[in-house]
Design a protein around this ligand. Structure first.
Ligand SMILES: [Zn+2]
Length: 139
């Protein structure tokens, strides 16, 4: 019984175990969301984007903002992004999404006349559109 109790406790603790690194990443690189934490309901969740891939070398495993992802997506061929949602109130954290980014990561668009857009610089828009624009420009 004691063992079960401990197991239950450990289980609860496991759910809310955001490391200091993850919480720092959330503070400095995270993207605030409109979603309330499902556990404590006192803070909004923050999305942290972690990057992995051979091309990243020593940057692999670090957190990046969305704007930084857009830049990387235009310079690297392919890298993996893991999106973790974090609550700074109760330390809840959870992997919500993973996807590939990079110049090779998406099937290109087909529209002509995108070269001007690519020159115009739209780094502020989403990483996806940045990739698409880049691929169009290469045609
Ligand atoms: Zn919470």
């Amino acid at each position: 019984m004691l063992r079960e109790l401990l197991a239950g406790r450990v289980g609860t603790y496991d759910v809310c175990d955001a490391s200091p690194y993850l919480k720092n990443a959330a503070r400095f690189h995270g993207e605030p969301t409109e979603d309330r934490c499902p556990i404590c309901r006192s803070e909004n969740l923050i999305h942290v984007h972690y990057i992995y891939g051979d091309e990243l070398k020593q940057s692999a495993g670090q957190a990046r903002t969305r704007a930084e992802l857009s830049v990387l997506a235009m310079t690297l061929r392919e890298f993996q992004v893991f999106v973790v949602e974090v609550c700074l109130g109760c330390d809840w954290n959870h992997l919500v999404e993973q996807f590939l980014l990079g110049r090779d990561g998406l099937a290109g668009g087909t529209e002509d006349g995108a070269e001007q857009d690519a020159m115009g610089g739209t780094a502020a828009s989403g990483a996806g559109s940045a990739i698409r624009r880049r691929r169009e420009a290469q045609r």
